[in-house]
Write a protein that binds this ligand. Structure first.
Ligand code: PLP
Length: 423
């Protein structure tokens, strides 16, 4: 009898034994094609020798030194490399152990910044429906996945949700994509005015929506308008690139393609590429300076922040993504994946939309292509898809979500960037 507390207590999972390239193998030697990189984690695939060597070398010299006593060479080098490749204005890196932690750090830093600059009444967060920002209480409250939030609702911090930028569902007949983007972005302004601009701390969004909607990119101009509104009302823009960052969409940060820079951003998943648990929160020089010139202390922290081995692994990963050109490869292979998916499923009666950026692609499953009507929730289409694809040796990421109150199903694909034409 197992003593592991699994995610799903009623399922009987195979034991993973080995990973190599784009494949995982279980203890019965069954091969699985990792078509979703786990959950958009394994950007380099499995068994990367360079990352393994970097981890070994770091372990042999220094495994751990508490960050209240020391900094470390690997954490410093990783921060330098991240900032050298980050959107303009981002200047400081706070290293944590995963995506939810990065989002918690982002929310708490935003709040502390408001206090330090003498605006303590700013505490409200505006986020979007069809979003996921993590499973810890602050990140969960920020996310718009109602099913995940529901049991913990009485414990939630105050967040309100506006419409996502989801053209397949939201763009009206006769409306251009650009006008649609401006219309939904303007919901942010209306919400800020409704809440009282002096009380709003931050707007939080994923540049390309991952798990709750299936790789939904924004339309042109949407984030530029969001940035304008945030600047007008002194609201911080927090972009959650935990899933879509680190080259996944074909640029190192997804927001580069929208021509905007956030005040704070969160990354994880592809940063450690599965080799180490690591995430990071990046903030602007202005925010950092407010803390530095004010209290001098970010009232946050976990034992494992800035872990030297995790940092060494992440440095090796992102060196391959940037200098090694793998993020660009995600762009090239992503375009090929999109056209292959369109060839295979473009006319499928139950595929309503095929979309995404880079190697971050989503297929929306519908009962009726014409009306875009989703399958009823009790059909649990995403569960059937997960079971059948896994049995056939494909790891992909089917999810059910709510589309403005209704059920919807999609499949997320996020394969390793080492994918070849043959794959
Ligand atoms: N933010 C986004 C956009 C995510 O997709 C996820 C995880 O799926 C998280 C945050 C939380 O990250 P983690 O599971 O590493 O805590």
């Amino acid at each position: 009898m197992s003593h592991i507390f699994p995610r799903h207590t009623k399922s009987d999972l195979p034991t993973a034994a080995r990973g190599e390239g784009v494949y995982l193998y279980d203890t019965d030697r069954k091969q699985y094609f990792d078509g979703s990189g786990g959950a958009a984690v394994s950007c380099l695939g499995h068994g990367d020798a360079d990352v393994t060597a970097a981890i070994k070398s770091q372990l042999e010299t220094l495994a751990f030194a508490h960050t209240s006593f020391f900094t470390s060479a690997s954490a410093e080098a990783l921060a330098d490399k991240l900032i050298a490749n980050a959107p303009e204005g981002l200047d400081r890196v706070y290293l944590v152990s995963g995506g939810s932690e990065a989002m918690e750090a982002a929310l708490k830093l935003a709040r502390q910044y408001c206090i330090e600059i003498g605006q303590p009444e700013r505490h409200r967060i505006i986020a979007r429906r069809q979003s996921y920002h993590g499973n810890t209480l602050g990140a969960l409250a920020t996310g718009g996945n109602m099913w995940r939030r529901e049991p913990f609702a009485p414990m939630m911090i105050e967040t309100t949700h506006i419409a996502p930028c989801y053209a397949y569902r939201g763009q009206a007949t006769g409306e251009t994509a650009f006008d649609y983007g401006q219309r939904v972005a303007n919901e942010l302004e209306q919400e800020i005015l409704r809440l009282g601009p002096e009380t709003v701390m931050a707007f939080v969004a994923e540049p390309v929506v991952g798990a709750t909607a299936g790789a939904v990119p924004p339309v042109d101009g949407y984030f530029k308008r969001i940035r304008e509104i945030c600047d007008q009302y002194g609201v911080l823009l927090i972009l959650d690139e935990v899933m879509c960052g680190m080259g996944r969409t074909g640029t190192f940060f997804a927001c580069e393609q929208d021509g905007v820079a956030p005040d704070i951003t969160a990354i994880a998943k592809g940063l450690g590429a599965g080799y180490q648990p690591i995430g990071a929160m990046l903030c602007s020089a202005e925010i950092y300076r407010a803390i530095e010139d004010g209290s001098g202390f970010f009232q946050h922290g976990h034992t494992y922040i800035g872990h030297p081995v995790a940092a060494a692994a992440a440095l090796a990963v992102i060196t391959k993504l940037t200098d090694g050109g793998l993020a660009k490869r995600a762009q090239v292979m992503g375009a090929k994946l999109q056209s292959a998916l369109e060839d295979a499923f473009g006319q499928h009666p139950h595929i309503g939309d095929i979309r995404g950026r880079g190697l971050f692609r989503g297929l929306e499953i519908v009962e009726d292509r014409e009306t875009k009507r989703p399958f009823a929730a009790d059909r649990s289409i995403h569960k059937v898809l997960k079971r059948e694809t896994f049995a056939a040796g494909l790891i992909c990421y089917p999810m059910g979500g709510t589309i403005d109150g209704r059920n919807g199903d999609h499949i997320l694909l996020a394969p390793p960037f080492i994918l070849t034409d043959a794959h």
